[in-house]
Design a protein around this ligand. Structure first.
Ligand SMILES: C[S@@+](CC[C@H](N)C(=O)[O-])C[C@H]1O[C@@H](n2cnc3c(N)ncnc32)[C@H](O)[C@@H]1O
Length: 231
C-alpha cells in the first residue's frame, strides 16, 4: 500500500517531510546542488555525449527536481545521447496535483513538468515506466521501499545520484544492503555522487564495491563524495 507524501514547508519555505523531519532540497532552490553534486559529480553532461544511451539511477525521487534538471540539461545539449533512461525509487510519492503545484516554484521547468505530470502514474506499488520527449527519455519510477524495489529490476546504470534524506534521519537509504543492490545494478563504467560524506556511508559504499573519494562540496558543505564501481 503506497502512502502519498504530504506537502509541508520548513520555516525557510523549503518543501519539508514531517515523516523524516528533513527538507527535500537545499535552501537556495536546490538546483545549485543538483548541478554541482549530482551532475558534475558524475561528469555530466560530458559522459552521455555521443552515446546511443545513458542510464541514471537515483535513490529518492521526491519532487523530481533532479530529474527535471537532468532532463533539461540533456535537452539543452546538442551532443546528448539518443536515449536517456532515468530510474528512481520513491516510498512516499506525491500526487500529480501536488507535484504540479510544487513545480510551479521552478517556472523554467514548466513544459517538462507538464509532460511529467500528465504521464504521472497511479500511486500503486511497483514499477511504472513513462515515455517523455517523444520516447527519447524514459522515466522508470519504482514506488515502494528501495530495498524491496531494487532487487526486482535488472539494469546497468552508468551513473547514480544518492539522494535520500540525511543519513541520520533516513538510514535505510544509506545502508549496506541498499549499496550492494546499487553495485549489482552498476555498469562497469558506473560512477556515483552524493553530498553526504558520513563515515559509515563511505565505509559501506566501499564494502559494496565502490571506490570513493571526497571532492569539494556545494554551498555550506566543505565536501561531497564521488564513487566509481570497482571491477
Ligand atoms: C532528499 S529527498 C529526494 C529529493 C529528490 N531527489 C528531488 O530531486 O526532489 C529523499 C526522498 O527519499 C524518499 N525515501 C526515503 N526513504 C525511502 C525508502 N526507504 N525507499 C524509497 N524512498 C525513500 C523520501 O520519501 C524522499 O522523497
Amino acid at each position: 500500500m503506497i502512502q502519498p507524501a504530504e506537502v509541508a514547508f520548513s520555516p525557510e519555505g523549503v518543501p519539508y517531510s514531517s515523516t523524516f523531519d528533513d527538507i527535500y532540497h537545499t535552501t537556495d532552490g536546490g538546483l545549485g546542488q543538483i548541478e554541482h553534486v549530482f551532475m558534475a559529480g558524475n561528469a555530466l553532461p560530458q559522459r552521455w555525449q555521443g552515446r546511443d544511451s545513458f542510464t541514471i539511477l537515483e535513490t529518492g525521487f521526491g519532487l523530481g527536481l533532479s530529474f527535471l534538471a537532468t532532463w533539461q540539461a540533456w535537452r539543452d545539449d546538442p551532443q546528448r545521447c539518443t536515449w536517456l533512461h532515468f530510474i528512481s525509487v520513491e516510498k512516499y510519492p506525491f500526487t500529480a496535483e501536488d507535484l504540479a503545484n510544487l513545480h510551479a516554484r521552478w517556472p523554467q521547468f514548466a513544459e517538462l513538468s507538464g509532460q511529467l505530470v500528465s504521464g504521472w502514474p497511479a500511486l500503486t506499488q511497483g514499477r511504472h515506466d513513462i515515455l517523455l520527449d517523444g520516447g527519447q527519455v524514459q522515466l522508470t519510477l519504482l514506488f515502494g521501499d528501495a530495498l524491496d524495489q531494487f532487487p526486482q529490476i535488472a539494469i546497468q546504470t552508468n551513473a547514480i545520484y544518492l539522494d535520500g534524506f540525511a543519513p541520520s534521519k533516513n538510514p535505510d537509504m544509506w545502508s549496506l544492503p541498499l549499496f550492494t543492490q546499487l553495485a549489482r545494478l552498476a555498469a562497469p563504467d558506473c560512477t556515483l555522487a552524493t553530498w553526504s560524506v558520513a563515515g559509515f556511508v563511505r565505509r559501506d559504499l566501499t564494502l559494496a564495491g565502490f571506490a570513493v573519494t571526497k571532492a569539494s562540496g556545494f554551498g555550506g558543505k566543505r565536501h561531497m563524495l564521488l564513487g566509481r564501481r570497482q571491477p
